[in-house]
Design a protein around this ligand. Structure first.
Ligand code: ADP
Length: 251
């Protein structure tokens, strides 16, 4: 089934900047899509549109126009993992992860024992359950990224959008995030993430979309579209994709 269908989508900011031009994407359920593009290519604008933060009549989510979803209903279908979060309040990790359950709560309702259990389980999945009662303000950058992922896991949405999930991580935490996202993919999630890291994209994604100056350069399985020629065109700098001992290297 198609999870997200983007049909001839264009977006122009009120300032007159044309950020996206005639984008068409068919994202199948249970695929993992990497969105590649230089700064200013339109990745964030596309993510905002997919989250319903900017209005569009050209996006279908599981065959239903995105604009017809209610706010809470949408939260049960799509979760966002932002690049980073500024914590204004000293919530514990468990309290913060519980925000992921908001789409399931009644107006002014409190989380149930089941919600608390799911939030705790999400912290276990990212390896932070032992910190459940620590304040989010005490976390390192890597731990903070993992809590954002835990909140999205607790949200139990079908689709996960991640904005540069490994951009500020050291190699060990980067590996951890890759392993977690691969496990979520194996559980049937549809995952869409932006990144500047082509090797990371290649390792994690099943499909790759390349955006250049607001237009879609290509979209397809990673084996088909991630080539030296495509990456060199995308980034306007020499890039090489080669196969060594059965592994694909990009440099
Ligand atoms: P990316 O995420 O790939 O770096 P963006 O989607 O942020 O790209 O930006 C795409 C284009 O839209 C850029 O030319 C950027 O300057 C412009 N843009 C982004 N946000 C705004 C805004 N709020 N108002 C006007 N133009 C914007």
């Amino acid at each position: 089934m198609t999870a997200l269908k983007v049909d001839n989508l264009s977006y122009t900011y009120p300032t007159g900047t044309k950020a996206l031009c005639n984008i068409t994407l068919d994202i199948q359920e249970q695929s993992t899509v990497a969105l590649l593009g230089s700064n200013g290519a339109g990745k964030s604008t596309l993510m905002d549109l997919l989250l319903g933060w900017k209005p569009s009549a050209n996006i279908l989510l599981f065959d239903k126009p995105l604009k017809e979803y209610g706010r809470k209903e949408l939260g049960r279908f799509i979760a966002l993992v932002p690049q980073s979060e500024h914590y204004n309040f000293s919530f514990t990790l468990l309290e913060y992860t519980l925000f992921g359950r908001a789409p399931y709560l009644a107006e002014m309702g409190s989380p149930s024992d089941e919600d608390v259990h799911l939030a705790y389980e999400a912290l276990e999945t990212v390896g932070l359950a032992s910190y459940a009662h620590r304040s989010v303000t005490t976390l390192s950058g890597g731990e903070s990224q993992l809590v954002l992922i835990a909140r999205a896991i607790a949200q139990q949405s079908k689709v996960l959008l991640l904005d540069e999930p490994t951009s500020s991580l050291d190699p060990a935490n980067r590996r951890k995030v890759i392993d977690i996202l691969q496990a979520l993919h194996a559980q049937g999630k549809t995952i869409i993430f932006t990144t500047h890291d082509a090797p990371f994209a290649y390792e994690l994604a099943t499909h790759v979309a390349m955006l250049k100056k607001g237009s879609l350069l290509c979209f397809g399985t990673k084996e088909r579209v991630v080539t030296s020629e495509m990456l060199t065109t995308l980034y306007e700098t020499d890039m090489t994709v080669c196969s060594v001992g059965g592994r694909t290297l990009i440099y």
